[in-house]
Design a protein. Structure first.
Length: 437
């Protein structure tokens, strides 16, 4: 026995206690990963023919590795918090720098320029969203969430899913001509909201009157109570379109569509040229109008032997909206919510994966850097390849088992005491040898 084995054991046990202490200190650190000391024995190789009988020279620290197991995910009240469920790391970078760092800590904030940043000011990386597809694409860059509102969109298409009562009888000769103000001149009606070029709301009403032709209905329209198309002085309102149904009650699109002033049918959608006022001031609104076409689809209309009903109303217009909040879905798409009810994709968060996670080097502030041992990062959208999914409004806790660490600390303390005892024993042996007479 020599002092060397005991000293190496003391050093290894002390290092183990340091790592355990660091784990305990970071038990509540979001995204922190447990570290583990890995030991290796030491043997002298000078006398190869005696290596099997060598007692060994002690112990050494082979590595301090981090265990990248999944931590538990807990919900928070902050919509900017994000948790990774599965493999992957958030990519972050200092403003203006290409060098990236990686983290599992999803505590992000909005800075004064609306960038998503870590607590240390590093910006979260992601992709811009293609408005036509709603998916992220392009070059990886800083995620900036605009705080501006969105402009209105005029209604250009709309769709009505209705059922017209097949039990309705053909109009009698005594039935009055259609009139907006006479409910006996039509069978049923419904209304929907549409938007003009300035985002002002208007009410588009449609009225349905059965014709003498079997399975055929005329469609009349009004905007804010005014006939569309407008009625000439002393004239009667003309139908804007016609709906024809097959024997099974489904709409016959080849015989349905718009009607012009001569009664000529143009098959397809019922196209209405809506006369929006050019200004809402003064009160009452200006009589000057600007025309905007709306294609009204009745492809889901039916004629069954049941009461009139509306099953679906859609239109593509909306008024102006102010930003009210954000949310993140499982694929990393950051959805911006607006006061007009619209939800638009603002950006997509990117995640990075590494062939060898153990090769990453921790640099503090919950960050890791890539090394040659880790390999280059494979960056993509969450949920693709080997990457996990995102959960918005949640955080990943550390994967450190506090109870296990306390037990390991007791074992490490015992190991330290035992190695100290070997040194004490060696000292007693030398003292006995020196005191021989």
């Amino acid at each position: 026995m020599s002092f060397q084995q005991g000293i190496s054991g003391l050093n290894a046990a002390a290092r183990n206690l340091e790592v355990i202490g660091n784990n305990i200190a970071n038990a509540n650190t979001v995204g922190a990963k447990e570290s583990r000391v890995e030991f290796a024995d030491v043997y002298a190789n000078a006398a190869l023919h005696q290596i099997t009988s060598s007692p060994g020279m002690g112990v050494q620290i082979a590595a301090v590795t981090q265990q990248f197991g999944q931590g538990s995910i807990r919900a928070t009240e902050n919509p900017r918090d994000m948790a990774i469920n599965g493999p992957g790391f958030f990519c972050v970078a200092q403003p203006g720098q290409a060098d990236k760092a990686y983290t599992r800590n999803g505590q992000f904030q909005l800075d004064n320029q609306s960038y998503l940043t870590t607590n240390s000011g590093m910006r979260l990386q992601g992709y811009a969203v293609d408005p036509s597809t709603g998916k992220g694409s392009g070059v990886l860059g800083d995620i900036q969430l605009s705080s501006r509102g969105i402009a209105p969109q005029v209604t250009t298409t709309a769709a009505l899913g209705i059922n017209l009562d097949a039990r309705t009888t053909a109009p009698a000769a005594s039935m009055p001509a259609f009139s907006l103000t006479d409910s006996s001149s039509y069978t049923s009606s419904t209304s929907m909201t549409v938007y003009d070029q300035q985002g002002n709301e208007h009410v588009l009403s449609t009225y349905y009157r059965r014709t003498a032709t079997d399975n055929q209905w005329d469609v009349y329209a009004a905007l804010d109570g005014n006939a569309v198309p407008a009625v000439a002085a002393g004239g009667s309102q003309l139908p804007a379109g016609r709906l024809a149904f097959q024997a099974n009650g489904s709409v016959d699109l080849t015989q349905s569509g718009s009607l012009d002033a001569t009664g000529t049918l143009t098959a397809g959608d019922v196209t209405l040229n809506l006369p929006y006022p050019t200004s809402t001031l003064p009160v009452p609104p200006s009589t000057s109008t600007t025309t905007s076409p709306v294609a009204l689809s009745f492809k889901d209309a039916t004629q069954f032997g049941t009461a009139f009903g509306v099953t679906d109303v859609t239109q593509n217009g909306y008024g102006p909206g102010q930003l009210t909040g954000f949310s993140v879905d499982a694929s990393g798409i950051v959805q911006a919510r607006y006061s007009n009810g619209r939800t638009l994709a603002a950006a997509q968060v990117a995640l990075a994966d590494f062939r060898n996670e153990q090769g990453l080097i921790p640099v503090g502030n919950n960050l890791w850097r890539a090394t040659t041992a880790s390999g280059s990062p494979a960056v993509s959208a969450p949920g693709t390849g080997n990457l996990g999914s995102l959960q918005g409004g949640a955080l990943e806790d550390s994967n450190i088992d506090l109870t296990g660490q306390l037990v390991d600390m007791i074992s490490a303390q015992r190991a330290y005491q035992a190695n100290a005892q070997t040194i004490k024993t060696q000292d007693q042996m030398l003292s006995t040898l020196v005191n021989l007479r």
